[in-house]
Design a protein around this ligand. Structure first.
Ligand code: SAM
Length: 330
């Protein structure tokens, strides 16, 4: 059984970095990948690699990246044997959390309707056509594909979750050469002050950071002058200065640190040196948007809310409400 050949997967991206005068990042990434995949490989890597290898060859696949469902289609119907391998491979990459996807007729109903988030965010973005984009905490890369569908020249997603990377590669293997990459690293692993992205997204990450101001400064460092930050995070109601720090878990999630009010968040962005920060959307997350499905069989939002009052989390905090903020780097 083949092991994960990170050199083959990341070689085109490392070449791109060399050609973009980012050799330092290429060298750093190489060291990080050696540590991650050679020195201390994840215990589930072999299983995920085997699921990826199970996916059948399908010639002439076409991707539609412009609709709610990121969809792959084939010029002719799959043979039964191909379909069986497809099911087996995709099931082997469960749980599927961020999507939805459709692989040659197999619809993957993911835990999250990530398309709903995209629909809330997309109308407020500067035109993505021709832009170089960073998506921090990109999960399976669902939004990266949508960014490519909106005309981005290059999209780089980063997320430390390795199952997400394999799910991303399941899509990518059918697409041939595309300028969309997912790197299995954290924000903190990037070189400081890259100043190379036209748009940087951070969606669903800020509340996982112990130091939110540092996260905002790191994000600013990734942007060129005039570049756009798209920040989406959990918020609570309240005046400027107010934020919630849960005692322990929030909606059963570990590692949740700060849920600011919108005015507080705008103040943080101002102090971090952004300009023209504005709230473009605030939405309560519903159990229609995040739920258990056939492709994600663990507990989901309905299990994390107070059974007697669904406006509260099971710990008694205000239920999940998310804000999207757009700001520019001067
Ligand atoms: C709530 S999910 C959001 C996924 C996607 N951006 C979305 O909005 O649907 C948060 C993601 O951030 C990733 N993450 C957590 N800490 C991170 C860090 N320090 N740097 C980069 N990604 C991180 C997690 O692995 C997870 O996939």
């Amino acid at each position: 059984m083949a092991s994960f050949d990170w050199r083959e997967h990341f070689a085109p991206f490392i070449t791109y970095l060399q050609q973009s005068d980012q050799t330092h990042w290429g060298d750093l990434l190489t060291q990080q990948m050696i540590r991650r995949f050679e020195d201390a490989p994840h215990g589930d890597m072999t299983r995920w690699q085997s699921a990826l290898d199970t996916l059948p060859e399908i010639d002439g696949g076409i991707a539609n990246l412009n609709n709610s469902v990121v969809a792959l289609t084939a010029p002719t119907p799959l043979h039964t044997a191909q379909d069986e391998l497809l099911q087996q491979g995709l099931r082997g990459l469960m749980p599927w959390r961020k999507g939805p996807f459709n692989f040659f007729g197999t619809h993957i109903d993911t835990e999250w309707r990530s398309d709903w988030k995209w629909d809330r965010v997309a109308p407020h973005l500067a035109d993505l056509n021709g832009r170089t984009i960073l998506d921090v905490g990109c999960g399976s890369g669902y939004h990266c594909w949508r960014m490519a569908g909106a005309g981005a020249r290059r999209v780089v997603g980063i997320d430390p979750g390795l199952l997400f990377m394999f799910q991303f590669l399941a899509v990518k293997r059918y697409l041939g050469e595309v300028s969309v990459d997912l790197l299995p690293v954290k924000m903190e692993d990037l070189p400081e002050n890259l100043e190379m992205f036209d748009t940087t997204f951070s969606m669903g990450v800020l509340y996982h950071r112990r130091s939110p101001l540092d996260h905002l400064l790191e994000l600013k460092g990734t942007l060129r002058r005039g570049g756009e930050l798209v920040l989406e995070t959990l918020v609570v109601d309240g005046p400027e200065g107010h934020s919630l720090m849960p005692e322990d878990r929030y909606g059963q999630m570990r590692n949740v640190w700060f849920l600011p009010s919108c005015p507080t968040l705008l103040r943080w962005l101002d102090r971090a040196g952004y300009r023209n920060a504005r709230v473009v959307d605030v939405s309560v997350t519903s159990t229609d948007e995040q739920r258990q499905t056939d492709w994600m069989r663990f507990n989901s939002l309905a299990d994390f809310l107070d059974p007697n009052d669904s406006s509260k989390t099971i710990e008694g905090y205000p239920g999940p409400k998310r804000a999207t903020i757009i700001a520019e780097k001067p």
